[in-house]
Design a protein around this ligand. Structure first.
Ligand code: DX5
Ligand code: ZN
Length: 211
């Protein structure tokens, strides 16, 4: 059994006090800090870049989990690696050579993840499964925090768990109820924006997600 880990997404944090928010979730038991990078092309929203990763690196000792929702991830792997990312995940739907991207992430000695959007089948990532450390299954259309969980992802997680023994991460609409379902299906890393940063008591919120 893989360890259940909670990765609060700072997209839902209070950006006027980002450092303090990160320290607070770390103290509250977060396992990773999830950073949602959006470019306005791959998804219809723009968020943060390597500068933010570099700024938050010194304030936390837990892994920084970077989710690249950008059109040309290969171009930015080096910058995000050098900024202090521990895990770099890109989307299979981009028009670049995915094996090359994984090799580049590994070259910088980072953990490599590949992600699939809700409408993408797991067959798309089959050729990468023996190369990556993590698969991120999106349970909402990427772009915004606070959306409703799409239960269609559960079957994909189950299928994937049969053939992939490393970390399976789920992202979007995770709360205490959906957390139970995704864990049951075989996921072990839960990204949570609203259901952590939207709560008063971060420790209680994280504990609830762990089940
Ligand atoms: C969506 C992002 C998610 C998002 C999760 O595109 O990748 O990480 O911040 O937010 P919640 O947990 O609120 O759905
Ligand atoms: Zn994300």
């Amino acid at each position: 059994m893989n360890k259940i880990m909670i990765a609060p997404s700072i997209l839902s944090a209070d950006f006027t006090r980002l450092g303090a928010e990160i320290k607070d979730v770390e103290k509250a038991g977060a396992d990773w800090i999830h950073v949602d990078v959006m470019d306005g092309h791959f998804v219809p929203n723009i968020t943060m870049g390597p500068l933010v990763v570099r700024s938050i690196r010194p304030v936390t000792s837990i892994p920084i989990d970077v989710h690249l929702m950008i059109k040309n991830p290969q171009e930015y792997v080096e910058t995000f690696a050098k900024a202090g990312s521990d895990i770099i995940t890109f989307h299979i739907e981009v028009e670049e050579n995915p094996k090359e991207i994984v090799k580049l992430i590994k070259y910088f000695k980072k953990k490599a993840g590949v992600s699939i959007k809700p409408k993408t089948d797991i067959t798309a990532i089959r050729p990468l499964l023996n190369m990556v450390d993590l698969v991120l299954v999106m349970s909402v259309e990427p772009g915004f925090a606070g959306q409703g969980f799409m239960p269609e992802c559960l079957g994909k997680i189950e299928e994937l768990r049969k053939v992939f023994k490393k970390d399976i991460e789920v992202d979007g609409g995770i709360n205490a109820d959906t957390a139970r379902d995704v864990i049951k299906s075989g996921a072990n890393v839960l990204v949570a924006g609203t259901s952590v940063f939207g709560e008063k008591d971060y420790a209680a919120a994280i504990k609830k997600l762990r089940g």
